[in-house]
Design a protein. Structure first.
Ligand SMILES: CC(C)(COP(=O)(O)OP(=O)(O)OC[C@H]1O[C@@H](n2cnc3c(N)ncnc32)[C@H](O)[C@@H]1OP(=O)(O)O)[C@@H](O)C(=O)NCCC(=O)NCCS
Length: 279
């Protein structure tokens, strides 16, 4: 087991993972962010180098200080060899089982091994599955004009409270910290109303996904997300990121929007496994 900390190896890993897209999307996106300043404070673990069979990203110990923080304690996983991946998770100390954490990946084995771990390590597992969408060419996203008085901008610290209040998975201090970190360090786009208040937005997450798409109910279906989403996608695309995001299985409205905008649905779902140590 190796912690890959040498910058040249991490750049090499990014290139290797790029050849494993789309299955490796979440690990690749995380490694891209690690290689560009690592604002979320993650690190990379491989079973061997350079011919790795399993790769994980995890928060550094000094970042994962709060054992109950499901927003900060995020692992991502990709493997070439299921048995090696299983062994990395179950037979080494790569995972801190005393913590609540999420592990995310687009391969079925990520869920299977989490199920095994729940039984063996006596932890609780709740798994959620999302559809992952990838845009092959964001230059083709439609251009829409904003109504007079509305402007395209980027999110800042003064908007975090609104994001936290409106995010279905937010509303607490840990989610506020997580959103504040994203708004400060990652690409974002928003539409401001004539009073300068955000009414629609999207922001990249630490895994390189385009996320948190939201439009205030009074302003929906006026292509505000289309404008904010396109702006975010173009910034990320210019910086070399694949343009991808996840949508809940029951969010048919957003699935329709993505499909009409040319996003392609991956055959593998994104598995988000949340692990809770038994109390
Ligand atoms: C999903 C959401 C962000 C969309 O924001 P929005 O600003 O309304 O989106 P847009 O105006 O850019 O696009 C709306 C689409 O719905 C279409 N639409 C308009 N009226 C519609 C109707 N009555 N029924 C279904 N679709 C309709 C529009 O034509 C447009 O599609 P098009 O681009 O193909 O023309 C917004 O509904 C929202 O905040 N929902 C809750 C949070 C959420 O689900 N976020 C996504 C998480 S992955």
């Amino acid at each position: 087991m190796l912690i890959l900390s040498c910058p040249s190896k991490l750049w090499m890993l990014e290139e290797m993972l790029r050849k494993c897209l789309p299955q490796a999307l979440v690990v690749h996106g995380t490694v891209m962010n690690i290689n560009r300043g690592n604002p979320a404070g993650y690190e990379v673990i491989v079973d061997s180098w350079p011919k790795f069979k399993a790769v994980l990203t995890r928060p550094r110990r000094e970042v994962a200080l709060d054992n109950s923080d499901l927003y900060a304690n995020v692992y991502t996983a990709f493997y070439h060899d299921f048995d090696v991946y299983r062994s990395v998770i179950l037979d080494t100390d790569v995972i801190n089982w005393a913590q609540t954490f999420r592990i995310q990946g687009n391969q079925d084995g990520v869920y299977q091994v989490s199920q095994n771990a729940a039984a063996i390590k006596k932890v609780q597992l709740s798994a959620t599955f999302y559809i992952t969408y990838l845009h092959p060419n964001p230059n083709k996203l439609a251009v829409h004009q904003l109504d007079p008085g509305f402007t395209l901008s980027t999110l800042n610290a003064s908007h975090v409270q609104l994001l936290n209040e409106t995010w279905p998975y937010g509303g607490n201090e840990q989610s506020r910290r997580f959103l504040a970190n994203m708004v400060q360090y990652f690409f974002s786009a928003c539409i401001l109303d004539p009073d300068g208040q955000p009414i629609s937005w999207s922001v990249m997450d630490p895994l390189g996904a385009m996320g948190h798409g939201y439009t205030l109910p009074a302003h929906r279906r006026k292509h505000y997300l289309a404008v904010a989403g396109r702006s975010l996608a173009m910034k990320a695309h210019a910086a070399g990121y694949p343009i991808y995001g996840h949508v809940a299985l029951d969010n048919f409205h957003m699935q329709g929007i993505n499909e009409r905008r040319g996003y392609q649905k991956l055959s593998e779902l994104c598995h988000i496994c949340s692990i809770h140590p038994e109390i």
